[in-house]
Design a protein around this ligand. Structure first.
Ligand code: GDD
Ligand code: GTP
Length: 418
């Protein structure tokens, strides 16, 4: 049996998700038509060996309680939220809560980041781990463009870019190390967790000498704070004991993308829609089923009302209670609960917050530069409306972020409206 932990962080982070994270913690924001961490949970559930999943973060318990219960209800696994007393880093919480996590004496720990979108081939990963490295840590790795690699943990293996023993690990390095990167999913021997504080100590001693990481801007004197990447993974690689392996995502049907910003939520959603098209086409809308014009991959909640003359898609999620009026056009967007899109409005590359209203003949759009694989905050401009934003009719909004409850009567371009 195995236990799983999903790292979900907390409010001090997730700044790139504003203003949406003001109303809903980022791990629960809909991506591919489901709360972000639903996809992690679903992959864990389908393994069949995971009985319990812990969400580790530093959100207030009250904020998450109902959301966690709702997200967990359809899975036959116990899902428990554990709040860190302070931000303990990506590995500190594992040490702090180890008695709780490992009470059932599990054979392995599956650790996943909450802020990634992926096909999560966990069966293959776990199998690879048990066959090659059962007493160590196995990282799921993926390839990214060379120009994106420095924003991730970079991995060098025996066979350079293929699965195998890790020779070198550098977290967000300054120079080019490798375009094989850490995808934020791991299988870990639970016995190793008690040694994490020693790894941290080791890392401190050698870090002046051997590490090519960017200078750690956030070394804190909190001794409970442990960074999984720098303190544990780098140390394991440097110790050269052969306990660190990487399993590389390489199947045609696999995908991976980081989901940090609101713009990336649109790209990550598209990845999931395309994946559904192959795996679960019944989740997607069709013109026949939904009685409106559907283009490409779209998810429409059964309680949403889309006028027969509206055209929706490609790459759209329409949430519960939303209304799309006659002649409206929506593509590459996320339309949240109870939004009203009035007649002939046009929405493209936008996220429309809960209960917002878009006036007739209005145009709300972003112009992202989605040519590269991994989203970049500073380049990928999508328009984002917080909750309860209303536009009058015939208003044009482009590349802008609008905070909750604003009324827009005039055109807006390249602005952040507070
Ligand atoms: N519980 C908890 N406590 N979770 C945390 C904490 C913490 O103190 N700090 C971060 N997290 C969570 C975040 O919510 C996110 O899900 C995950 O841990 C990693 O977030 P970051 O620490 O912001 O790192 P990153 O995303 O920039 O880079 C990491 O992920 C990349 C893949 O997406 C690194 O592991 C990279 O090496 C990796 O390539
Ligand atoms: P999230 O959106 O939840 O990730 O929160 P955040 O905006 O606080 O992001 P994060 O802490 O991941 O990174 C903040 C900034 O610091 C980003 O621009 C990163 O590229 C940069 N950064 C990340 N790691 C390092 C590092 O090791 N050294 C330096 N100098 N900068 C880093």
């Amino acid at each position: 049996s195995a236990v799983a932990v999903i790292l979900i962080g907390g409010y001090s982070k997730g700044t790139r998700f504003r203003p949406l994270s003001m109303d809903l913690p980022k791990p629960f924001f809909p991506v591919g038509g489901k709360p972000m961490i639903h996809h992690q949970l679903s992959a864990l559930a389908s393994l069949g060996t995971v009985k319990e999943v812990f969400l580790l973060g530093f959100y207030e318990e009250q904020t998450l309680k109902a959301l966690v219960e709702k997200a967990a209800v359809q899975f036959e696994m116990k899902v428990t939220y554990l709040k860190e007393p302070a931000e303990l880093g990506t590995a500190g919480g594992l040490v702090h809560f180890s008695d709780t996590l490992f009470k059932s004496n599990p054979k392995s720990l599956i650790l996943l980041h909450g802020d990634i979108a992926c096909s999560f081939p966990l069966k293959n990963l776990v199998e690879y781990h048990s066959n090659n490295n059962p007493k160590g840590i196995t990282i799921m790795g993926t390839h990214v463009l060379k120009s994106d690699a420095h924003r991730f943990g970079c991995i060098v293996t025996e066979k350079q870019y293929a699965s195998g023993k890790v020779l070198h690990y550098a977290e967000k390095p300054v120079s080019d190390v490798s375009n094989l990167i850490n995808a934020g999913v791991y299988v870990i021997d639970p016995q190793l967790v008690k040694r994490f504080p020693d790894f941290k100590e080791y890392h401190k001693q050698i870090s002046n000498v051997a590490i090519m990481d960017r200078p750690s801007y956030e070394i804190s004197n909190d001794e409970n704070r442990i960074r999984f990447e720098r303190d544990v993974l780098s140390s394991l690689a440097l110790l050269g004991a052969g306990d660190l392996w990487v399993y590389v995502l390489e199947s045609e049907s696999d995908f991976w993308r980081q989901c940090k910003s609101a713009a990336s939520a649109i790209q990550c959603s598209q990845d999931y829609y395309s994946y559904y098209k192959q795996q679960k086409p019944e989740l997607l809308a069709t013109s026949a089923k939904n009685k409106c014009e559907i283009v490409g991959e779209v998810i429409i909640d059964p309680s949403a009302e889309v006028d027969p003359t509206a055209r929706v898609g490609p790459g759209v999620y329409i949430a519960a209670g939303a209304k799309i009026g006659p002649g409206a056009r929506v593509s590459h967007s996320i339309v949240l609960e109870n939004v009203e899109v009035k007649s002939n409005a046009f929405i493209k590359y936008a996220i429309i917050g809960w209960n917002s209203s878009i006036g007739s003949w209005s145009r709300v759009e972003g112009m992202p530069n989605f040519t590269h694989r991994q989203p970049r905050d500073n380049e990928d401009k999508v328009t984002i409306f917080g909750s309860g934003v209303r536009t009058a009719s015939e208003v044009y909004v482009r590349n802008s972020i609008v905070l909750p409850h604003k009324d827009l009567h005039e055109n807006v371009k390249n602005r952040i409206l507070l």
